[in-house]
Design a protein around this ligand. Sequence first.
Ligand code: B16
Ligand code: MG
Length: 218
Amino acid sequence: MNKKAFIFDLDGVIVDTAKYHFLAWKKLAATIGVDFTEHQNEQLKGVSRVKSLEKILAWGNKSINDAEFTRLMGLKNDDYLTYIDKMDEQEILPDVTKTLDFLKDKKQHIALGSASKNARMILEKVNIINKFDVIIDGNDVSKAKPDPEVFLKAAEHFNVPPKHCIVFEDAVAGIQAANNAKMISIGIGDKNTLHEADYVFTDFTEINIDFLNELINR
Ligand code: B16
Ligand code: MG
């Protein structure tokens, strides 16, 4: 029997936490006198917390010492967590649970592959953590997407070759990470933005069972 590994990104694929990252980064940026736009927030998707703050400081032409950098990251995360704390299962994006249940039913491997250090907490809040066989997140990797480390760790866990892994991603850096890992990349979002992906769907309601079966059996 074919057993593939299906790897799901978190933010933008399972839940839309980008809106909470935006609010928290905007508040943080304001405290240091930097304006932060939704367009800039788009460029932080899939990007680690450290790299996100580096980008914001560069956009605002600010330079700070290491202690201040750590303090600001803490402030942003504390604020972000106040939004996460209010999340529940209603925030799971459409047809995500249906897709996970279908793959589980077909006895496929299921992994989370996220840059977020808050991934476990978010999965618990939306009550979906039990659907994953393994969780690889920002605490497990040293190299951020587009480096393939996060996805390769998931593949290694299952002992499945990369060509038998399928990655669902909403970020350009995440699609590049999947492609760098030589995995099948499926973009969730805008076709133009994610044109480097092997396939792109607006959301999981567009992904039908025939397509999933084809991925399992190929
Ligand atoms: P945290 P993903 C990423 O998650 C987000 O897209 C990105 O905006 C965020 O900066 C990064 O996680 C780190 O998140 O501050 O919670 O550790 O899309 O890889 O699931
Ligand atoms: Mg994402």
